[in-house]
Structure formats: C-alpha cells, structure tokens
Design a protein around this ligand. Structure first.
Ligand code: GLC
Length: 467
C-alpha cells in the first residue's frame, strides 16, 4: 500500500473520533494532582539568544560542552536554552535560588501567561472535553492562578475555607503565584558565535522552574481528604519531577506513597495514570520508578523521558542509540523493557508523529478502544498546537479531517518492519508476548503555536477517551 492509500485508511479510522468525544462526556469524574502553576511563555529567537550569550560573557567553549542539567546562576539558564535549542529537545531544569528567578523576571520577560503544570493543564483539557466533574489539586491558588483555569462549572478546586468551588472563582489571598518560564524556539532558527553556527533542528522548549511549593510537593489538605472520602474514576498523577535530592526530595516521594495507598484503598476501582515528566535529578527519577510507578495502572512518557529512564535503569547503550536515532523501532525496545521493568499494566509513549501503547491483554480498556482514545488525543493535541490554546469546545477538533503526516507513516513503517507485522500499518494493533501493542500515526501541525503541555494532553485524553 502506498502512503496515499495508507493516509486514506487512517482517515477512515479517525472518523471514530467524534463518537469517542461523546463517550468522554460520560466519564463521571477525574482528579488531577499534584502540580498546578502558571507558565510564562516566551518565544526566543536565535538573535535574542545570541545577545544574551554575549551580554553574559558566555564563551563558545562553554556552549560546546554543556554538562549541567540544573541551574544555579543566570548563565546556567542560557546554557539550558542553548542545549535544547541546538538539539531541538525538551528539558526542564529547576533551581531553589530565588535570585535566578528574579534575574529571569528582569532579563527575559514573557509574551503571555497560561495554565501550567500537568495537573492544571490536564484539568483544563478534561473539563473542556466534558468530563462531568474535574477536581484539580492546587497548592497555591491566588487570583493569578485562578485566571488560568477555564471558566467551566465542572472544573473545581478548594478555596481558603476548604470548600469545593469553581476553580476560576477561587482566590486564596495569601498564596504566592508559582511562575515557570517556558522558553520556546523554532525549527531552523539559528545564531552564530565566533565561527560556529547553532541551528535548531526541531521546534521545542526549555523550562526554567523556580517553584518553592511544587519543589516541596506541598499537598492541599482538603484535596487529600476529599480523595480519602470520595470516589473518582481517574487520578491523573504527576509533579514529582521538580523535586531535588538535595532538598529532601527523596523523603517527599516516599511520603507520598501512604497518601496514594490510602486513596487507592478507599477507591480500588480508580485508574491511576502517572505522567513521568522531565526529571533531571537522577535520584528522584529512580525514586519515582521505585515508589510511585508501582502504584500506577498506567504510565505516560515522551522520547526524552524514555531516554532518561533507560539511563538510570542500566540501559545506557540503548539510551545512547535512541539519542542518536530517535526512531519508533528503537523506542519500541525501550518501551517493552520499561513495561516489564515498571510492571505497570499499561505504558504509553508519545513521540513526534507516533503514539504507542503496550498494555496487558486484560487492561480495563481494550487495545481497540485505546487506539480510538489515542486518535482522539492526536486530534485534540494537534488542535491545541494549531490554536495555541484550547479555550472553547470547538477548538478541540480544529484538525479533525486532516491526514496523518508522512513523517508519522515513516515511523509506523519502521515499527511494522521491526515487528515483522505488515498488518500493523493498517490496523495499528498487534500482540507482543503477553501484551497488546496499539499504535497510531498522528496528525502533525506545520507551525505549532505552542508545544508545552502537549504530552499531558495526549496522555490524559488517550486514556479517558479510550473508554
Ligand atoms: C512541567 C512544568 C510546567 C509545564 C508542564 C508542561 O510540569 O513545570 O511549567 O506547564 O511541565 O508539561
């Protein structure tokens, strides 16, 4: 079958999306925890980046050998941007130094504010898609945070008196806003330092985070109690990634275990999804895998996060190979390894152009349903990239009817060759050992207005729309 025929086959399959969107509206409830914050979005050009490099006296040698993965001073922020810009990758670095935050505020500025954090982004998306009741965890909820929530009756949080309230209307006066810098750059943009040209191979973003509450995994008591006493259908979990070993992070991860276990004890039917997120502190990354992943039914991650996990699980050869050639066939090996290692019932990778899920044959949602869930997620997330934001219900299906991209079919092709399964190209499903693989080629938007939060949207919508 040629690519044009394959595009038609997948266009037919994508016609299921509207009915999945209707099913999503029947989902009774979802809670999202723990990290909600405000994102300050800044689009940076090669030209501005060059100016920052020169103004801060950073040498070519510094730029050519970036080994740090966290930041303690302003010039580290610039190194982080350069690292992600020149490799076209996404990373998040954290600092517990307020001076660096102040420097960013004064020297970087931003274009706009929007909802940030896995819990916040997912809550907005699911509530907009019509999940009947969505409860978002916020450890800080001043007016500025409230303004990032969509104005929806089914989107709730806790006010200062501990009452459940429409999230957009809450104003916990004494809370401080938690602002993260999201520095986005465009493919093909470049800058030159001395005789070296740095060109960005793929539009992506670097996140610079100073966030005293999320870095301490501060939990809202009312939220914790609510899940001890009420049942929700899904828990979308994340927010462990900004913790630092040097900041007591290992204990914070461990202390979250009894909280989650108690929720699960009260509500054994609840499906828990863990979004891995960019976790630079290796000890924390390991602690998440050892302590939190075993409590989750489902795990979601992107290609970078996959590499990061391989690196701490004794698979650095495979990690390096994927780093050099980030293709679906190699990533499949990684996901199969992680599925077994993490012992989760379902694991989903979202990479550029392709999503793949490996799940137990008896997972609550069948692989066929999951395939539909992933296509729904591909439409919603590409619509977000196209629009910049999802504010109105109509925004969520802007790309419905577009063909899957040829880049996506290349990845699907790689995977079908690797698995020796030609039917994967047209069905998207095949059995692997005791597991079932479902995979889809996605719709890609040419000039995405934004990329931040894509993974969170993909993971949560895939799972819930796969019902
Ligand atoms: C991380 C960042 C947050 C961002 C989110 C997007 O949680 O801390 O600022 O909104 O990732 O996925």
């Amino acid at each position: 079958m040629n690519y044009e025929e394959l595009q038609n086959v997948w266009a037919q399959k994508y016609q299921e999306v509207p009915s999945q969107l209707e099913k999503l509206k029947r989902v009774r409830s979802a809670a999202t925890a723990f990290n909600t914050n405000v994102d300050a979005i800044l689009k940076i050009s090669g030209k501005t980046l060059k100016k920052l490099i020169l103004d801060n006296h950073i040498s070519l040698a510094d730029l050519e050998n970036i080994t740090i993965s966290g930041f303690n001073k302003p010039s580290d922020v610039i190194l982080g941007i350069v690292k992600c810009f020149s490799r076209g990758i996404a990373e998040e670095w954290v600092t517990d130094d307020i001076n660096v935050y102040n420097w960013m505020e004064e020297n970087l500025g931003y274009n706009r504010l929007q909802m940030g954090g896995q819990a916040g982004i997912i809550a907005n998306a699911l509530a907009l898609l019509g999940v009947k009741k969505v409860l978002a965890h916020t450890n800080s909820h001043p007016k500025l945070q409230a303004q990032q929530f969509l104005n929806l009756d089914n989107l709730l949080g806790f006010d200062d008196e501990g009452h459940l309230e429409k999230a957009v209307n809450i104003s916990r006066e004494t809370d401080i806003p938690l602002i993260h810098w999201i520095i986005e750059f465009d493919k093909n943009d470049s800058f030159q330092i001395e005789n070296k040209v740095f060109t960005c191979p793929k539009s992506n973003r670097f996140i610079a985070t100073y966030d005293p509450l999320n870095m301490k995994l501060v939990m809202n008591k009312e939220f914790v109690n609510y899940l001890n006493t009420h049942k929700v259908s899904y828990l979308l979990l994340s927010g462990f990634h900004p913790l630092l070993e040097s900041n007591g992070g290992l204990d914070l991860v461990k202390n979250a275990v009894p909280v989650l276990k108690k929720w699960k004890k009260h509500n054994s039917q609840m499906i828990i999804h863990l979004e891995i997120a960019s976790t630079q502190d290796k000890a924390i990354r390991k602690a998440i895998i050892d302590n939190i992943a075993p409590l989750a039914d489902s795990v979601g991650l992107n290609e970078r996060e996959t590499i990061d996990l391989l690196n701490i699980l004794g698979k650095s050869d495979l990690a390096n190979e994927i780093e050099r050639n980030t293709t679906s066939d190699r990533l499949f090996d990684a996901i199969l390894f992680l599925k077994k290692k993490l012992k989760v019932k379902r694991i989903q990778l979202h990479m550029f152009g392709l999503y793949m899920t490996l799940q137990d044959a008896d997972f609550v949602h069948s692989a066929e349903q999951n395939l539909k869930g992933m296509m729904t997620a591909a439409v919603v997330s590409s619509s977000k990239a196209f629009n910049g934001e999802l504010v109105h219900y109509e925004d969520t299906t802007k790309t419905l009817g577009l063909y899957v991209s040829t880049q996506s079919l290349n990845e699907l092709n790689n995977l079908s060759h690797k698995l020796n399964s030609p039917e994967l190209l047209t069905t998207g499903i095949c059995n692997i050992d005791d597991f079932v693989l479902s995979t889809i080629p996605t719709i890609l938007v040419d000039k995405p207005k934004t990329l931040v939060g894509m993974g969170d949207t993909i993971s949560s919508v895939s799972l819930l729309a796969g019902c």
